[in-house]
Every structure is written in structure tokens, then in C-alpha cells.
Design a protein around this ligand. Structure first.
Ligand code: NAP
Length: 319
């Protein structure tokens, strides 16, 4: 019997490609490809499993037309907002993701953005590189430090809690909003707010760590930004769709929000052009999980999900 066929949208870290090649026949996609419905369906033709990445949309319209041979959609990400899970379930197709292994890497990026936004690192780097630095000045590029500030976390899950632990080491106080209180909050001495609007006036830094769902779409809007104190900082390593870009750009322009640190955007990679000229926006290209160790672990977890389903079991990390 021929080995099962796995269709993979993107090239993966070497260890993952070696493992896939050892276990399956593999149809490799192409990093330069933008996966519209036609391309995704062409890739999936005759496949037993589909391995996609965070930027590859698998909407209901694609799921409806996937060949009956496809038994699992395994995503190389913990986020699953690019896949219509309900539609997959309705067709009996499993969906698997890669929770846990990207927690530390993404929390590191949240802290990196927090530090960069609060200490104006992007502006400083641009000044040096432009040859415009005229020397140390007592009033040059003054930022604000983390210690003593209150960090408001939206979604105290794996990455939110890992970010809170790091922020505590920097001397920050922690507040959080999730749909329910989290036991770990006690060790973090984190104050729970059942209502996000009640938390906003109490925090100097807001950091998003919730999944993108219909509930969290557009969560950070003009009304909520106005509830933050003047000079607050906004960090987003979750998903771009949770922020109304025009509203954040207006608040960054007026100075009500002192700075933002963003790793994720609506409509990646075509982020809202309004961010590009804002000195007080620190912009990263979705680097949350981008460490060698994490990307390899994500790939192996995505492969484990496929192996489990093709052996007749549910995915190890099922959604
Ligand atoms: P997780 O452990 O499931 O944490 C998500 C948290 O959000 C949970 O505590 C959840 O709690 C909470 N939540 C869900 N719906 C909410 C709502 N409507 N309002 C407030 N809180 C809500 O997931 P994770 O592993 O930490 O990952 C979180 C997200 O980070 C992922 O979904 C992904 O989009 C993003 N991410 C980004 C990168 C990157 O490269 N930048 C890397 C990894 C992950 P309840 O369900 O109890 O409310």
C-alpha cells in the first residue's frame, strides 16, 4: 500500500521535513504562494492530510470542496482563526494545532515589544542608522520604565500567563480580563476583571493574548482606547483582527496612546499603511513563535496530529 499523501502549504524547518518525508509521501507547497481557494484545493487533491500555516486560509467554501480523502487539517500554529472549524467538523475532518510549544517564544516577543515601545527603541535605532544622533542629551528620547506600572492582560491563557510572569520580573503589577477567573492568577497576584471596560482605566499597558473569535474581533476600538489612561501602551501579539487599526492609529497620532508594539495585523502582510510613518509604533513581522527551537517543535506537533488521525485516532492536539 502506498504511504498516505500529506499536502503541505509551506516549506518547514529541516527536522520537520525529514520526519514528514520518512513517514509519508509529501506534496510540498511553495513559500511564495498566496493560497486562495483554487490553489488550496489544487494542493489538497488526492491528499489524506493537509498541513497549513497560520496565514493560509481554509474557509468553509474550501472545506466544502476538499476531496473526501482529506481526514485532517493540521495547522502549524496554535491560532485556528484561519480555519472554519465548524465546517471541518460538519464534514468529519479533524483539526489539530500546536499549543504549548510556542508559549515562551511568544511571551518573549510581547516583552520585547513592551520594552521597545516603552523605551522608544525603534526610534533610537532609526536615529543611529540615519546618522542623525548628535550625542547623549539629558532629554533625548525619554521613555517610561516598566516597574511600578500595571499590565492589563486580555486572555490569561498560556501566553498571557507567561507574559505576566515575565512582566512581574520587571516589577509590574498584573491585572487581567478573561471570560472566567484563572487559578494561576493567584501566584501572579493578578487582579481579575470580569468586565474589560472596568480594567482599562486601571492599567498603563494593555497586552492582547486572546484568540481571534467573533467575540474578540475589533475588541480594541476607539471607545476602549479612550478608557485607557493618557500615555498608555498597547501591545498585540495575539491577532490583528482584535484591533480596529484606524482607531489605534488615531490614538497614537493624538498621543492618547503613547506607543504600540505590534507583531500581528489584520490582512497580513498588508498592514494598515497608517502605521508605517508613526514613530511611536514598533512593528514586527509576526515573529511570535520564530525561534529555531519553537518552529521545529511546532512542526513535530503538527506531524504528530496527522500521524494520530491517519492511524485512526483523533489528533493529539485537537481543536
Ligand atoms: P490559550 O492558552 O487558549 O489562551 C487564550 C486565552 O484567551 C484563554 O485564557 C481564554 O480564556 C481567553 N479568551 C478566550 N476568549 C476570550 C474573550 N472573548 N475575552 C477574553 N479572553 C478570552 O492560547 P495561547 O496558546 O495562549 O494563545 C493565544 C493566542 O495567541 C492564539 O490564539 C494566537 O492567536 C496567538 N498567538 C500568536 C503568536 C504570534 O506569532 N504572534 C504565536 C502564538 C499564538 P477563556 O476561554 O477561559 O475565556
Amino acid at each position: 500500500m502506498p504511504l498516505p499523501l500529506v499536502a503541505v502549504t509551506r516549506r518547514l524547518p529541516a527536522a520537520c521535513e525529514t520526519r514528514l518525508d520518512a513517514l509519508f509521501r509529501v506534496r510540498w507547497g511553495d513559500d511564495a504562494t498566496d493560497y486562495d481557494a483554487a490553489r488550496m484545493l489544487a494542493l489538497a487533491e488526492g491528499a489524506d492530510a493537509l498541513l497549513v500555516s497560520a496565514g493560509d486560509p481554509v474557509p468553509a467554501a474550501v472545506i466544502a470542496k476538499l476531496p473526501a480523502s482529506v481526514k485532517v487539517i493540521s495547522t502549524f500554529s496554535v491560532g485556528t482563526d484561519h480555519i472554519d472549524i465548524k465546517a471541518a467538523k460538519a464534514r468529519g475532518i479533524y483539526v489539530g494545532n500546536t499549543p504549548g510549544v510556542l508559549t515562551d517564544a511568544t511571551a518573549d516577543i510581547a516583552l520585547l515589544l513592551m520594552l521597545a515601545a516603552m523605551r522608544r527603541a525603534g526610534e533610537g535605532e532609526r536615529l543611529v542608522r540615519a546618522g542623525k544622533w548628535t550625542g547623549w542629551r539629558p532629554t533625548q528620547l525619554m521613555g517610561t520604565h516598566l516597574s511600578g506600572k500595571t499590565l492589563g492582560i486580555v486572555g490569561l491563557g498560556r501566553i498571557g500567563a507567561a507574559t505576566a510572569r515575565r512582566a512581574k520580573a520587571f516589577g509590574m503589577n498584573i491585572a487581567y480580563h478573561s471570560r472566567r477567573p484563572v487559578p494561576e492568577a493567584e501566584t501572579l497576584q493578578a487582579r481579575y476583571f470580569a468586565n474589560l471596560d472596568d480594567m482599562l482605566p486601571q492599567v498603563q499597558v494593555l497586552s492582547l493574548h486572546c484568540p481571534l473569535t467573533p467575540e474578540t474581533k475589533g475588541l480594541v476600538n476607539a471607545r476602549r482606547l479612550a478608557l485607557l489612561p493618557k500615555g498608555a501602551i498597547v501591545i498585540n501579539t495575539a491577532r490583528g483582527g482584535s484591533v480596529i487599526d484606524e482607531d489605534l492609529i488615531a490614538a497614537l497620532t493624538s498621543g492618547h496612546i503613547a506607543a504600540a508594539g505590534l507583531d500581528v495585523y489584520a490582512n497580513e502582510p498588508n498592514l494598515h499603511p497608517g502605521y508605517l510613518n508613526l514613530e511611536n509604533a514598533v512593528l514586527l513581522p509576526h515573529l511570535g513563535s520564530a525561534t529555531t527551537e519553537t518552529r521545529a517543535a511546532m512542526g513535530l506537533r503538527a506531524i504528530e496530529n496527522i500521524s494520530a488521525v491517519l492511524a485512526g485516532n483523533p489528533p493529539v492536539y485537537g481543536v
